[in-house]
Design a binder for this molecule. Structure first.
Ligand code: MTE
Ligand code: MOS
Length: 776
């Protein structure tokens, strides 16, 4: 790589700081950029481990059944490999997550197609393949539960007493009573399918046995401490004997939130038994058939409306398909429930929510975490109200928008005018009204359509979640730099860069003097998992508390060593001063401290805003510390003969609070919106007999550059007092806008109203056959 480029980059960076002394709000080049573009970055499969064996998995091929026999072919030489089944496990056969219902390996019963039954490690990939082929598992099939309806009927119970993994309910006012005041009641049932995270890098993990009987795991993951606690539980090891390190991670999107716990245990079991490193890297097909997906949903809306479009009452019945085990379904469901009424003020609301078990692979976290399903249903319902009352979708939304002081069904009051601001701005810059009229005049085989969606996302963990995590970070001051130790990972979203900016700004030192250290549980305190769009907003705030502490400690040192009263020393823009006179700068003080005492370490800790109230049992109160808002105006062209949909232009206005790094923020918005578009009209997973039929990129179609609309992204920045420098959680939110926007735009172009996602050609044809009329 050109040294010149690097020099230019360095210059660009420092000039960025010099501008007005602030690194927050500057689009500095991401700290991982050069390693990634030059290929220097090492993903787990790139790291050489001498003597490493390859691990693989024997899986179920039926959705539900009794394991009768695991047969190993006598013609294979089993002395050359390591074989492990459930009976050989060293500790409890449980993957410790929110619950412990998921086994490490199925023992007697299999509950989904692809469920792990046994593990094999071999010195070569070829031998591993041969060994996997030499295992036959005899399974006596049991009746499976494959759909939400079958699960709800309770006829065949596969989980607990009634197949219900979790349920919640919230009430505001009296919905049933208020329906009497409505001019019309509008009902619809919405459905969404699975969605695959499709991170570029598949799941991968390597485990290394340690001399002290412990084990180290290096892998592609989002939550080092989730993996750590699952490992200590499975191996009954003390915390210090388990070390988890994050390798450079090629995307997670929620898919590496819970699954890596299972994979790490698998690799470690083999490594401990083989007494050597063992690596398990899934190929795309294995990854697609066996790892978690977005929960399919069925959401029923019943809305009481006045003739002018004002909503007076709403009843929502929300059901998610959790798959065979709980994984994160309880919290996904909670988020679904809390986002169910979208950006609207519903004076009387009743929302009930359930997640049920089915004999399909466990569903888990995926960017949005339950919100995209809810928001799709709510936004479609707004369009349905408009269609039914012959009003414009914009007017119906405008009438019901949340304003400051309005409350969500769970009681939390809205604190800013974000919904109105992003909505009106998106309409203006997209020229929505003019285009709506123009596209309505399209005739002929190709017609354009324009649709709008509104969405929101609560940043950080739900309710008291952040208190429970009680995140901590470590700042280590050496003579040359400040090292930042957090368990929050960079998986492409830019956390390493953004946290570096926050640290530098908090300490008022140059960006280059801060080093984000890659997460390693033996060195890094637990700042919590990298999920819930919490890193910038919440972890950033913890980092700032650490920075404050570090400055205070250094100030104490300066005051002691110069024999100046502590109160007389101030710190500003990198300088310690006494009564306004320069004494020493930050780095000089750091060098001097290090020479005398060695590196200075401080821990930043979480402080919960005292005014927030949350009742977990009743799901009432301040569910989130701040809400980010968004509006998406999408324009598409639809081929009326082939139903081919081409996104043309996507205007997305989001309020993200303070944008710490605007370019990275825009990248999050474009990427998330595109993932949402894919969810809306392209990405199909067909399940047949509990088996995913789409297991590769040739039959699981995601948007490529050809399908990418021209993006026009604008950031509205309404600072949030709970986030670092006013930041709100942004990472997941944009995804929720894509699905409903594409549905609305396709409706405008074709005249066909789809109540489900994804809207494929088959769906549009079925709508016509059912009697929907295409636009004349
Ligand atoms: N962006 C990229 N490029 N890659 C990812 O894996 N994950 C998303 C989002 N944006 C993801 C991403 C998800 S699911 C979450 S929860 C947030 O980033 C987490 O990061 P944050 O807390 O820094 O927003
Ligand atoms: Mo994101 S779905 O919270 O990892």
């Amino acid at each position: 790589m050109g040294e010149k480029l690097e020099a230019e980059l360095a210059e660009e960076k420092s000039s960025d700081i010099r501008n007005d002394g602030s690194i927050v709000g500057k689009s500095v080049v991401r700290v991982d950029a050069w390693d990634k573009v030059t290929g220097k970055a090492q993903y787990v499969d790139d790291i050489p481990f001498p003597g490493c064996w390859y691990g693989g998995t024997v899986r179920s091929n039926v959705p539900h059944g009794k394991i009768v026999k695991i047969e190993r072919s006598p013609s294979f030489d089993w002395s050359k490999v390591i074989f492990v089944a459930a009976k050989d496990l060293p500790g409890p056969n449980e993957v410790a997550m929110v619950r412990r219902d998921m086994p490490i390996l199925a023992k007697e019963i299999v509950n989904y197609v692809s469920e792990p039954i046994a593990l094999i490690a071999a010195p070569t990939k070829a031998l591993l393949k041969a060994a996997l082929k030499a295992v036959k598992v005899e399974i006596e099939p049991l009746e499976p539960v494959l759909t939400i309806e079958e699960a709800l009927s309770g006829e065949n119970v596969i989980w607990g007493e009634d197949n219900v993994l979790a349920k919640f309910e919230v009430n505001k006012g009296d919905a049933e009573e208020a329906f009497n005041e409505a001019d019309i009641i509008i009902e619809e049932t919405y459905r969404t399918g699975h969605q695959e995270q499709l991170y570029l890098e598949p799941q991968g993990m390597v485990a290394l046995p340690r001399d002290d009987g412990g084990v180290e795991v290096i892998g592609s993951l989002q939550c080092p401490y989730y993996v750590h606690s699952a490992m200590t539980h499975a191996f009954m090891l003390p915390p210090e004997k388990v070390v988890i390190k994050q390798a450079v991670t090629g995307g997670g999107f929620g898919g590496k939130e819970d699954f890596p716990s299972l994979l790490a245990i698998h690799a470690a079991i083999l490594a401990l038994k083989a007494k050597r490193p063992v690596k398990i890297i899934y190929d795309r097909a294995e990854d697609m058939v066996s790892t978690t997906k977005r929960h399919p949903s069925r959401i029923r809306h019943r809305t009481g409306v006045k003739k002018d479009g004002t909503i007076v009452a709403q009843d929502i019945d929300l059901v998610l398909d959790g798959g065979a085990y709980t994984t994160l379904s309880i919290v996904v469901l909670q988020r679904s429930l809390l986002h169910a009424t979208g950006c609207y003020n519903i004076p009387n609301a009743h929302v009930s929510a359930k997640v049920v078990a089915t004999n399909t692979p466990p569903n888990g976290a995926f960017r949005g975490f339950g919100a995209p399903q809810s928001i799709f249903a709510m936004e479609r319902q707004m369009d349905k109200i408009a269609r039914t009352l012959n009003l414009s979708p914009v007017e119906v939304r405008r009438k019901n928008l949340l304003r400051v002081g309005d409350t969500f069904p769970f009681g939390q009051a809205v604190e800013d005018e974000g919904p109105r601001l992003v909505f009106e701005r998106a309409l203006v810059i997209s020229e929505y009204e003019r285009k709506r009229a123009e596209y309505s005049r399209d005739r002929g085989p190709k017609r354009r359509g324009i649709g709008v969606s509104l969405f929101l996302h609560g940043g950080g963990f739900t309710g008291s979640g952040e208190q429970a995590i009680d995140g901590k970070v470590k700042l280590k001051l050496t003579s040359e730099r400040v090292e930042l130790y957090v368990s929050s990972v960079d998986m492409g979203q830019g956390a390493a860069t953004v946290l570096t900016q926050i640290t530098a700004q908090g300490l008022q030192i140059p960006f280059e003097r801060v080093k984000y250290m890659s997460p390693d549980t033996s060195k890094t305190p637990d700042s919590g998992p990298t999920v819930a769009s919490r890193t910038t907003m919440i972890v950033g705030k913890i980092v700032l508390r650490g920075a404050e502490k570090l400055i205070k400690r250094l100030k104490k040192y300066v005051s002691d060593s110069l024999d100046v009263p502590f109160e007389e020393v101030t710190y500003n823009k990198g300088f310690f001063q006494r009564n306004g006179v320069y004494v020493v700068d930050f780095l000089e003080a750091a060098r001097s401290y290090e020479e005398k005492h060695g590196p200075l370490e401080v821990i930043g800790d979480y402080s919960h805003p005292a005014e927030l109230y949350w009742d977990d049992d009743r799901c009432q109160g301040d569910a989130y510390q701040g809400y980010a808002w968004g509006a998406n105006v999408l324009e598409v062209e639809v081929d009326m003969d082939t139903w081919e949909v081409r996104p043309l232009r996507d205007t997305v206005v989001v309020d993200v609070g303070t944008a710490i790094n605007p370019l990275l923020a825009v990248g999050q918005v474009e990427g998330g919106s595109l993932q949402g578009l894919g969810y809306g009209y392209l990405e199909v997973i067909e399940v047949e007999g509990g088996k995913y039929k789409n297991d590769r990129l040739s039959n699981y179609i995601i948007p490529t550059s050809v399908d990418c609309p021209d993006f026009f992204v604008e950031l509205t920045e309404i600072p949030c007092s709970k986030g670092a420098f006013g930041a709100k959680g942004l990472g997941e939110m944009p995804l929720s806008g894509g699905g409903p926007a594409v549905a609305a735009a396709i409706e405008h172009a074709t005249g066909l109203f789809s109540n489900k996602l994804p809207i494929t050609g088959e769906v549009l044809t079925a709508l016509e056959l059912k009697g929907d009329e295409r636009r004349s």
